[in-house]
Ligand binder design. Structure first.
Ligand code: 4AD
Ligand code: MG
Length: 433
């Protein structure tokens, strides 16, 4: 490993002469002085290059260096109360390692289409770097949550033989002599098999939806974490979802509060309100709620983005909406024994207009009922024979949910569109870079 210093550790080296390696983020010059903003992935430091303190060639290198060139800079660490970092570097030597002029992204407003095309470079900006950091913390918090509560991580396949979340959003892949395979829409069905083996399982990986919708909430490739627990009912599922979300928000605030405020301009006070208990509404109550605002929605209608927004604006924390019309839901949901018109499903809607971030519920555990459900949805029975087996050999009540990582990142970072929440987004109209 390299033994140089990172900018994030600079405070421990006040007064020392150190070497930093990074990239030139920005530059201001005033005749005899160059102010170089150097970033190394852990932070940005101002490096002051003074004509009178360095050999001519070093000053000339500072004059010539381009934005985003790779640089090695040596200098003395000095306190600087005006900078966000609290320190600057008084340069004694500068080496430009590589870098052409004409870096495409200038410190001015660019259109989002252009930035998307330059995504491989756009990631270097301070906002994007902050988002990458928060995404990392969310993923770590997810793993920590389940790993410390007795869950086993189980990897589900990505190439699958059948639809899980409706046949209209399947990506087909040619698959040798077996015909076609589909990219997974959800690892849930495999998570259920795993839960019968280990009790508490979670699947965590990329999932795919051939979504023909160009909304700010839809990607064609996104990451989903899916816990699945044997002997857990819908009530337990809702408690798990609520507790889980509180812990994720807590972990993000603990590590990134300053960055959220300063770099992403996120209202962190709104995030601090994410405390248990969350409001719970049945779908039927949610419809009545929305109708009272004058909206013409009827029982049986889907809650679209607009309706979700109306609903979550009433609350300062996530809302659990449960017991949706069974007809709207996937084949695997268990129906409410007290009211078979509704399924034992739950969606969690994030506040501030972010909408659905979690979907899940209790699974049908009766063989005959599940088989009828598969037939009712006109799904190929053959492809689900293994899934039906789980209802033949020691079936138990069980539940789980799926949390979309990108929608969670968008909510916590306060981003309008999910395209900035994943390093290289895949959408209907974008496959590059
Ligand atoms: O509600 P969904 O479709 O639920 C399932 O897939 C279940 N099988 C999960 C389970 O119970 N194990 O998707 C779950 C979550 C959504 O709430 C949303 O956060 C995210 O996945 N999601 C998407 N995120 C980005 N782009 C898309 N196209 C998404 N579709 C779903
Ligand atoms: Mg859903």
């Amino acid at each position: 490993m390299r033994n140089e210093l990172y900018i994030s550790d600079i405070a421990a080296h006040d007064g020392e002469e150190v070497t930093l390696r990074g990239w030139l983020y920005g530059k201001r010059s005033s005749g005899k002085l160059h102010f170089l903003q150097v970033r190394d992935g852990t932070g940005v430091i101002q490096c002051v290059l003074s004509k009178k303190d360095v050999p001519e060639a070093v000053f000339a290198a500072g004059t010539a260096v381009h934005q985003e060139s790779s640089v090695e800079v040596r200098g003395k660490v000095a306190k600087d109360a005006r900078s966000a970092l609290g320190f600057e570097l008084h340069v004694t030597d500068l080496r430009v390692l590589q870098g052409e002029g004409g870096y495409p992204i200038q410190p001015k407003e660019h259109g989002v289409g252009f930035l998307q095309e330059q995504r491989h470079l756009w990631l270097r900006s301070s906002r994007q770097r902050a988002v990458l950091g928060v995404r990392h913390t969310i993923i770590k918090a997810i793993r920590d949550y389940f790993d410390t509560r007795g869950f086993t991580l189980v990897d589900a396949p990505i190439l699958t033989p059948a639809a899980c979340e409706g046949t209209s959003t399947l990506f087909e892949v040619p698959y040798f002599d077996l015909g076609k395979a589909f990219l997974t829409q959800s690892g849930q069905l495999y998570g259920e098999a795993a839960a019968m083996a280990v009790g508490k399982a979670y699947v965590f990986g990329p999932t795919f939806r051939a979504e023909k919708s160009k909304t700010r909430r839809h990607l064609t490739e996104f990451w989903m974490v899916e816990p699945e627990v044997a002997y857990m009912d819908l009530e337990g599922d809702m408690e798990l979802a609520e507790d889980f979300l509180c812990e994720i928000v807590k972990a993000v605030l603990l590590k990134h509060e300053q960055e959220l405020k300063a770099v992403l301009e996120r209202d962190v006070e709104a995030l601090k309100k994410v405390q248990k208990p969350f409001p719970r509404l049945t779908y039927t109550e949610a419809i009545e709620y929305i109708q009272r605002t004058g909206h013409p929605i009827q029982w049986g209608d889907d809650l679209g983005a607009d309706e979700e927004t109306i609903l979550c604006k009433q609350f300062d924390r996530p809302v659990l909406v449960h017991r949706y019309p069974a007809e709207m839901k996937a084949f695997y949901f268990k129906k409410d024994p007290n009211d078979p018109k509704v399924a034992l499903g739950v969606d969690v809607l994030a506040p501030e207009g972010y909408g659905e971030i979690i979907g899940g519920g209790q699974r049908e555990d009766d063989y005959a009922t599940l088989k009828a459900g598969i037939e009712h949805h006109k799904l190929p029975l053959e492809a689900f024979s293994w899934y039906l087996d789980l209802r033949k050999y020691g079936s138990v009540p069980h539940s789980g949910f799926g949390l979309g990582v990108e929608r969670t990142v968008a909510w916590l970072c306060g981003l309008h569109h999910v395209r900035e929440t994943i390093p290289f987004p895949r959408m209907m109209e974008r496959l590059t870079p």
